[in-house]
Design a protein around this ligand. Structure first.
Ligand SMILES: NC(=O)c1ccc[n+]([C@@H]2O[C@H](COP(=O)([O-])OP(=O)(O)OC[C@H]3O[C@@H](n4cnc5c(N)ncnc54)[C@H](OP(=O)(O)O)[C@@H]3O)[C@@H](O)[C@H]2O)c1
Length: 403
């Protein structure tokens, strides 16, 4: 079975040999099964972090000790007891509203949704079983009824609606965000939370769809949490408990400032913008030098996403290097510092642009335009029409699982 699993990991890759990957996978998954003391030690290297994290709060991340909270700290009975007198008014039912709202409901907590009447979100909420007048209301009414106000409107809408929301934030309420965007850049967003209520944040590290699907599988998404105001002295505890209630597994402590900066920076960099730019640059050079579209795509995107990046995700960068041919390994070891040095100034500019609010300003200005959806669709259409992504559509049809 291990052999099959390992072979599947590598079947599309020219640079990864099945034999080598099998040996590595066996070492990491089946500690000691190969009966060799050296391999057993190597296997422990892979297994230790998983064992060490269970039930422990202090975790050594490459030399820096951080506190991590986990689901096991808040079993369902404890959550139900902790929040027994609370009503969660979750406003906005987009990606996060959907995931967090349904998870709270399935956890047995008293949650109501607040959205614009008869908008797309209202209709989606009704389809998901929220009942108008019972647990589905317009935004203002929901806020009045709840003592936790979970602001899951889009970031631009949080700014647009702030005057109304703020006027309803009485002293008994706790204000919750899933992004530091609005309060951190208050000079631009005008979202300045009242000083006399607790203000907390839980930011799932993934889309609301993933928050929901992991919860349904009995697992939990990783999230970060932060406290902006701690008036009650219990804001940290509330945030940790609510993080688990919305479906988090492990919860990392951060600040509003660090959450928003790292998030905006990351999505513009390696997570989305940076990786897209790098794919395009590599593909274009191959095409300009006479390589066919399929060859350029396979060597740029397909092998990366189907073979090598999953190895990085599952076992680490060193493992991926170790699983590749000596030729591939030598070249990558020589070229990664060159790429790093060339790209670092770009990342420094990006960080500055994030930190000084330029990215927030741009996002607010663009996403507040009445025709922003049409404009966005136009830009996505440009991407769809690029040769590289049209080629991708065809290459995906030829994957082994589609044969
Ligand atoms: N999406 C993610 O992957 C993700 C991950 C982590 C954190 N977050 C954060 O979670 C929060 C919610 O994000 P999201 O992606 O779930 O948002 P979204 O999908 O963009 O949700 C938009 C919601 O805002 C409502 N809305 C938009 N404009 C409005 C207005 N002028 N007045 C009233 N309602 C309005 C929409 O209602 P209608 O249908 O009526 O327009 C909809 O319910 C944000 O702070 C975001 O940064 C998101």
């Amino acid at each position: 079975m291990l052999r099959t699993q390992a072979a599947r990991l590598i079947c599309n890759s020219r640079v990864v040999t099945a034999k080598r990957t099998f040996a590595l996978a066996a070492r990491s998954i089946n500690n000691g099964a190969m009966g060799n003391a050296a391999q057993s030690v190597a296997a422990k290297k892979f297994l230790t972090p998983m064992i060490a994290t269970r039930g422990l709060k202090q975790i050594n991340f490459g030399g820096t000790v951080e506190t991590v909270y986990e689901r096991a700290d808040w079993p369902k009975e404890k959550l139900l007891n902790y929040f027994k007198n609370d009503t969660f008014a979750l406003i906005g039912y987009g990606s996060q509203g959907y995931g967090q709202g349904l998870n709270l409901r399935d956890n047995g907590l008293n949650v109501i949704i607040g959205v614009r009447k008869n908008g797309a979100s209202w209709k989606a909420a009704v389809e998901d079983g929220w009942v108008p007048g019972e647990n589905l209301f317009e935004v203002e009414e929901a806020i009045k009824k709840g003592n936790y106000v979970m602001n899951l409107l889009s970031d631009a809408a949080q700014s647009e609606t702030w005057n109304t929301v703020k006027s309803l934030l009485t002293k008994d309420k706790t204000l919750y965000f899933s992004h530091g965007f609005s309060p951190v850049f208050k000079d631009l967003t005008h979202v300045e939370p009242p000083k006399d209520i607790d203000v907390i944040l839980v930011a799932p590290k993934g889309s609301g769809r993933t928050v929901r699907s992991l919860f349904k599988e009995g697992r939990g998404i990783n999230s970060s949490y932060a406290v902006w105001n701690d008036v009650s002295g219990k804001a940290n505890e509330k945030a940790q408990a609510l993080a688990v209630a919305i479906g988090s597994g492990y919860v990392y402590k951060t600040t509003f400032e660090r959450e928003v900066t790292s998030d905006l920076y990351g999505e513009r960099g390696c997570l989305m913008g940076g990786i897209h730019g790098m794919f395009l640059a590599q593909y274009e050079v191959l095409r300009e030098n006479g390589h066919s579209p399929s060859e350029a795509f396979n060597e740029t995107v397909e092998e990366a996403t189907q073979s090598l990046y999953p190895l990085i995700g599952k076992y680490g960068m060193d493992y991926m290097y170790d699983a590749c041919s000596t030729t591939a390994r030598r070249g990558a070891l020589d070229w990664y510092p060159i790429f790093k040095d060339a790209l670092k100034p770009v990342f420094e500019d990006l960080y500055e642009s994030t930190k000084n609010g330029s990215e927030t300003k741009r996002s607010l200005e663009f996403n507040s335009q009445p025709d922003y959806r049409e404009k966005l669709e136009g830009e996505l259409q440009t991407i769809r029409n690029m040769e590289i992504w049209k080629v991708g559509k065809e290459v995906r049809k030829l994957r082994p699982e589609n044969n």
